[in-house]
Design a protein around this ligand. Structure first.
Ligand SMILES: Nc1ncnc2c1ncn2[C@@H]1O[C@H](COP(=O)(O)OP(=O)(O)O)[C@@H](O)[C@H]1O
Ligand SMILES: [Mg+2]
Length: 260
């Protein structure tokens, strides 16, 4: 598992005639919250897909603690300590909360456990350790009392928290969040904001946050990168970003309901 600065350089991702990312470059300091904002189609999810190994860029590099991530498979990147939450929840809904969070532990499990299940004694011991850690993570995100409930029966906000817990279960040093507050009530938004804050404060995790809720973004971020049509149009502190005419013009000046 690695740690350190995240360095994105000259990143270009092309789908036919569409440039999802055009020569994008920025750095994220360890232990900080760095947000990426911009209108729908700006390239935010494509960026997270490159960082997590789902997309391969046509050009550019991503280094995390000095290691090149482009070219690695998603599972290799997870094992290096990069965890991810998804914009759209996949609904493997027959699973319990416990099983869903346990999925995040798979990245850390030995091959023997994955190949033979928990039948071997050594594997059973390992399973116990994993289950204890999952229980701690569930406690951390306030899902303890729902551990044995099928995910399908939970509210949307709780399902998003299960996805966060699943990502935390792989013990990430860098956590990628794609619109964690989308579709949440204002109470749930406050809770998830507090959770992200405590992940950074108590675990020292670095967070890369993609989000349309500007209260959350401006309240949480150390720095913000703004994308528009795949290009980086601004970068700075929340105060600098809110005053940048290019950002107001491309994004912040739009009515909130048109932003996503
Ligand atoms: N897998 C893909 N195939 C084709 N086009 C894609 C794919 N992923 C993203 N795009 C295109 O790239 C652009 C950026 O999309 P995306 O990264 O999802 O933006 P955002 O997350 O900022 O809304 C859009 O024009 C989108 O249609
Ligand atoms: Mg997106």
């Amino acid at each position: 598992m690695t740690s350190g600065v995240l360095e994105v350089e000259n990143l270009t991702v092309q789908f036919g005639a569409v440039r999802a990312l055009a020569d994008v470059a920025f750095r994220v300091q360890p232990g900080t919250i760095h947000s990426v904002i911009g209108p729908n189609g700006a390239g935010k999810s494509s960026l997270l897909n490159v960082l997590s190994g789902v997309y391969r860029p046509q050009q550019g590099s991503v280094r995390w603690g000095g290691r090149e991530l482009t070219g690695l498979r998603p599972d290799q990147i997870t094992r290096l300590g990069v965890g991810r939450c998804f914009q759209n929840l996949s609904r493997r809904t027959d699973q319990t909360v416990l099983d869903s969070i346990m999925l995040g532990r798979h990245a850390l499990m030995r091959h023997a456990v994955l190949a033979h299940g928990f039948a071997l004694p050594v594997a059973r011991r390992e399973e116990r350790v994993h289950r204890e850690r999952v229980a701690e993570i569930a406690e951390f995100v306030d899902l303890s009392r729902l551990l044995h409930v099928p995910v399908a029966e939970l509210s949307y906000g709780h399902q998003k928290k299960v996805d966060l817990a699943r990502a935390l279960a792989s013990e990430p040093r860098l956590l990628l969040l794609d619109e964690p507050a989308a579709g949440m009530s204002s109470g749930e938004k406050r809770q998830i904001t507090q959770l992200v804050r405590s992940v950074v404060a108590s675990l020292g995790t670095t967070v890369l946050l993609v989000e349309h809720d500007m209260e959350m973004v401006m309240g949480l971020s150390d720095r913000i990168t703004v994308l528009n049509f795949g290009r980086l149009i601004s970068e700075g502190t929340p105060d600098e970003i809110q005053e940048d005419p290019a950002v107001v013009d491309a994004y912040l000046g739009q009515p909130a309901e048109d932003r996503r």
